[in-house]
Design a protein around this ligand. Structure first.
Ligand code: SF4
Length: 211
């Protein structure tokens, strides 16, 4: 890894355990491998109530477990699909994403503090489809409120490499961000809806998201 734009994580002691929030398996693959290569202690934590419906949430959670098992990393999940705040949203889509980041990153900061860890980061920062600056600002504020550190690292230059790792593992790679409104915004929305409908009808489609 040679290309870094912003890297507060590099200044943080490698021997001090951090919490790595994972938004999905594909986005976790590269950061997990890199943190292992750096000899860092970390817990991968899945918390994404923004993923709808429950069957899609389970599918992404399965991808998370697959990556954590492949790399042999410590991992936990505390997450349930919770559509209401997203489907009832009446503001702009940009403000909806702000609400979404605030909900998830507040929970991540709380969990970091609850576990007595000093800092956290998030795999949301690898995706060029996410609002990087908003995530960083919200994460810093969430960290400040909990008395922990947000460890920024710009992983975006490695997005394609991460997707390739996920492809090689054979895990599901989604084509929409996660919430119901993002399905509507996708150019593949008809196909996605058909897929989700079939997936939701499957008896294997539910998971309480705690492990
Ligand atoms: S588009 Fe993505 S980031 Fe924005 S609200 Fe939906 S799930 Fe959250």
């Amino acid at each position: 890894m040679t290309e870094r734009l912003t890297d507060a994580l590099a200044q943080f002691p490698a021997t001090e355990k951090i919490l790595l929030h994972a938004c999905c398996g594909p986005c976790l693959a590269f950061p997990a491998r890199q943190l292992l290569n750096e000899g860092r202690l970390f817990l991968a934590w899945f918390h994404n109530p923004n993923i709808h419906p429950a069957a899609e949430h389970k599918r992404r959670l399965d991808g998370f477990w697959a990556i954590t098992q492949q790399y042999g990393i410590e991992a936990e999940a505390d997450s349930v699909s919770d559509p209401d705040p997203w489907v009832s949203w009446t503001g702009t889509s940009s403000d909806r994403c702000t609400m979404c980041y605030e909900r998830r990153l507040s929970a991540v900061a709380r969990e970091t503090a609850r576990r007595g860890l000093a800092g956290f980061t998030t795999t949301l920062l690898i995706s060029p489809w996410q609002q990087y600056d908003a995530i960083v600002a919200i994460a810093h504020e969430a960290a400040r409120k909990q008395g922990v550190q947000f460890l920024e690292r710009d992983w975006r230059p490695f997005y394609r490499e991460g997707q390739q790792l996920a492809r090689e593992t054979g895990i599901y790679r989604q084509r929409f961000c996660g919430c119901w409104p993002s399905v509507e915004q996708s150019t593949f929305k008809d196909k996605i809806k058909r897929e989700l409908s079939a997936l939701s009808a499957s008896p294997e489609s539910s998971d309480n998201g705690h492990r």
